[in-house]
Design a protein around this ligand. Structure first.
Ligand code: MG
Ligand code: MG
Length: 625
């Protein structure tokens, strides 16, 4: 698959954008007109620079408001087009994007449109230029890709074809299957963009909220599958207008963009294999059918089986040790060579890392996931351009394959074991008598704050590298603003990550200087007894206001004794059709607090109705101190 990206996706000058695209490994770029118009580089300079960087100049765009106009306007439009065709020859470019008319079309007649577009095609032919005609979702008369293709057939000119843009097609919910009926030679260009499903006018949605594939909710693998089946072999190019990307670090955004195409390529191959296997009903020849576009695949990973450990970094570890002990964790000793402690309760393991932590407040630093094969998972992540984390290890110690998540949390890919134990724990507490590790417990979920400019990148990272599934996002009110909350989880719920986009003032600039609170939640079988034991050990609970319990009673009509127990222990409660959820929170140390939960029945949520209470109480205690 030939990869591409429009310069409009990125921040910076044209030169900076082109350099970042080359570093990220794109085959080609689309030159967005304004990027050229505002550049000190002449067309010949751009041409030379692209050649030096090994970047194809695949599309010049956009050319707007051409068709369906009065004869006078047509004349002016042809003159305008010819100037661009001449410019393109200086750039060494041969394909231009022409969008369906939004502003100046006054005549809704396909015969007239086709004849005007034929004049454009003829002129383009004289300059060796190909016109890729695209139906904008908000085009005045042409807003449907099938309509655009009918016009291409009517024009019937070798220099006139169509551009398929996933946003314009999927934002209107047009059926993508008929893409396969398009003559592949007439598909001159393909643009891909994802987007969250929003209810708003399509133009604003498109201009501000497009995201890279895998970061939104469109069925892009299916869209691409139809494009591939049509026989298309040209560039697959990102055209993503996004307010955040346009002000983020250019090289980093380009890498995020490239990751999205590598992932989309794999997902498209998967979709094709899946659908042809169905259609062929066991006919293996048909399911192995080859298409003109070759799709690369990645090392395969299945979703992680669970959390292997969570690591908190701290200079002064006393408060953390106290909290974990009060919760019922057992100290398993120090590492034999490193300044690292292991605490565990059942299969929930917490590492306290004092290395390179001078002056840092306690903060979540790393997460370990159980995977089938750490080597394969690590190879996949690296092919998806995840930065590798180097961990110093002694010769006889477990080697952790690590990658760095977009918020710089270190992610370790660990060998899972069927009984939930971890091979590396013997490196801790030499000479210590290991007793029982307390009540049975697992890490239920981890809640990480994401810097606003890397939120979408994080969703794609965990989707593509770790095979977690994004769930519909929620917005939680807090005293300092709305917190956007995105759950990423495995299908069985064994791994649950909650990514929170913190209100601006609280967003962490760097991992080491976090002000937004994050937490690790542990699931136990009997929360009431766990809470009682923790209270007896002196645990400081997050204090829940009495108003909450009155409201709880109004909503759920709880048995009075049970309600009294909840209130006495500062427990929160939720119930839905699937089951019940009980949980409590500890006070915060540094930027970390802990949560203990009990899931009853098949309850699959996180006590979302209780989140605003938690935020308000934490805000209050933060501002009181
Ligand atoms: Mg487009
Ligand atoms: Mg939670």
């Amino acid at each position: 698959m030939r990869t591409g990206i429009a310069t409009v996706c990125l921040s910076g000058t044209l030169k900076e954008k082109m350099q970042a695209c080359a570093i990220a490994g794109f085959d080609g770029i689309e030159i967005f007109e304004q990027d050229l118009v505002t550049s000190p580089l002449g067309p010949e300079d751009v041409r030379t620079m692209a050649a030096d960087l090994g970047l194809g100049l695949d599309l010049y765009q956009p050319f707007r408001d051409f068709d369906g106009v009065t004869p006078d306007l047509l004349k002016a439009n042809l003159r305008r087009a010819e100037a661009k065709f001449k410019l393109m020859s200086r750039l060494g470019m041969d394909t231009i994007l022409v969008c369906s008319n939004v502003a100046t079309a006054t005549i809704d007649n396909d015969d007239l449109r086709a004849s005007q577009l034929a004049e454009l095609a003829e002129l383009a032919g004289d300059h060796g230029v190909k016109v890729a005609y695209e139906a904008l979702a908000w085009g005045k008369y042409v807003n449907d890709y099938e309509h655009a293709y009918r016009l291409v057939e009517m024009v019937d000119h070798p220099n006139f074809g169509t551009c398929l843009d996933s946003f314009h097609i999927l934002s209107r919910d047009w059926d993508t299957a008929p893409i396969e009926n398009i003559n592949a030679e007439k598909i001159f260009f393909v643009q891909v963009a994802d987007a969250p499903k929003l209810s708003m006018d399509v133009l604003s949605w498109s201009r501000h909220y497009r995201v890279f594939p895998g970061e939104g909710q469109f069925e892009l693998a299916k869209f691409m599958g139809h494009v591939v089946r049509a026989g298309y072999t040209g560039p697959v190019s990102l055209e993503v207008f996004n307010d955040v990307f346009r002000q983020s670090d250019v090289e980093r955004t380009a890498v995020d963009a490239m990751r999205s195409l590598i992932w989309l390529e794999e997902q498209s191959a998967k979709w094709l294999a899946g659908t042809s296997a169905e259609g062929a009903a066991g006919n293996s020849a048909a399911s192995r059918r080859r298409y003109p576009m070759e799709l690369a695949t990645l090392p395969k990973v299945s979703e992680p089986a669970g959390f292997n450990f969570a690591e908190v970094k701290a200079d002064d570890t006393a408060q953390l040790e106290k909290l974990l002990g009060q919760l019922g964790f057992a100290f398993e000793g120090r590492h034999r060579t490193k300044d690292v402690q292991l605490w565990s309760m059942g299969q929930a393991r917490v590492i306290i890392n004092e290395q390179a932590a001078s002056d840092s407040e306690p903060a979540i630093a790393a997460l370990g996931f159980d995977v089938d094969s750490p080597v394969i998972a690590s190879a996949r992540a690296q092919q998806l351009k995840a930065p590798v984390v180097a961990r110093k290890v002694q010769a006889d110690e477990e080697v952790f394959q690590g990658i760095s998540a977009p918020d710089s949390t270190e992610i370790f890919l660990c060998q899972g074991s069927p009984d939930g134990t971890a091979a590396w724990t013997h490196e801790f507490g030499e000479g210590l008598e290991h007793g029982s590790t307390g009540r049975s417990a697992v890490i239920d979920h981890v809640n990480l704050a994401q810097p606003w400019q890397h939120f979408d990148e994080a969703v794609l990272f965990y989707t593509s590298a770790l095979a977690l599934e994004p769930q519909p996002f929620a917005e939680v009110p807090s005293p300092s603003g709305l917190v956007r909350s995105q759950v990423m989880q495995t299908s069985d719920g064994a791994v649950r990550l909650v990514l929170n986009l913190a209100p601006n003032q609280q967003a962490p600039a760097q991992r080491a200087h976090k002000t937004y609170q994050e937490h690790i939640a542990f699931a136990v079988d009997d929360l009431v007894s766990a809470a009682r034991s923790a209270r007896d050990r002196g645990l400081e609970f997050l204090q829940i206001p009495a108003n909450y319990y009155e409201d709880l009673d109004a909503r759920f009509d709880l048995e009075p004794g049970f309600l009294a127990t909840l209130q006495e222990l500062n427990l929160l409660y939720d119930r839905d059709a699937d089951g019940e959820f009980l949980h409590f929170y500890t006070a915060t140390v540094g930027s970390v607090f802990f949560e203990m939960v009990e899931r009853r029945g098949n309850y699959d949520g996180y006590g979302a109705p209780n989140a605003p209470v938690r935020h308000a109480v934490q805000y209050d205690s933060l501002h009181r101190n």
